[in-house]
Design a protein around this ligand. Structure first.
Ligand code: DQA
Length: 145
């Protein structure tokens, strides 16, 4: 059974109370439940992690090699700043689906740049929590043949 790591970056631990008009009312725990249900339906194993620290996210990406078959990554604001995360993804050579709850392209111009996109299989944004379900389906399609 293929295994997927779902990795959440800074401030996503505050989902549900953090700018609900932008990010919705779904909490991180709700999101994990949603993903667990969908992963089981698709026949995927799943791990779900969150960190506010760039280095910790990089360590989790490195540790995914040989353990997981793909990564779903919402890197939060590090999306727009972190060459180190981009390099980590390129180094482990696992398929990565980039996810954002909000439509980053319809927001401030600094959010239009993603350092993750060039090393990702694709990007899903603007669909709220459902974007994670879509990402699991997209990765599942790739991993289960
Ligand atoms: C986000 C979008 C980022 O620009 C922002 O910094 C976040 C959340 C999203 O899921 O919409 O923290 O990744």
């Amino acid at each position: 059974m293929p295994s997927v790591l779902i990795l959440n970056g800074p401030n996503l631990n505050l989902l549900g109370t953090r700018q609900p008009e932008v990010y919705g009312k779904t909490t991180l725990a709700d999101l994990e439940t949603l993903c667990t249900t969908e992963a089981a339906r698709l026949g995927l194993r799943m791990a779900f992690e969150q960190s506010n620290h760039e280095g910790a996210l990089i360590d989790l990406i490195h540790a995914a090699r040989g353990v997981h078959d793909g990564i779903i990554l919402n890197a939060g604001a590090y999306t727009h700043t972190s060459i180190a995360l981009m390099d980590a993804i390129a180094s482990v050579e696992l398929p990565v689906v980039e996810v954002h709850l909000s439509n980053i392209h319809a927001r401030e111009s600094f959010r239009h740049t993603s350092y993750i996109a060039p090393v990702a299989v694709g990007q899903i944004c603007g669909f709220g929590a459902y974007g994670y379900v879509m990402a699991l389906q997209a990765l599942g399609k790739r991993l289960i043949s």
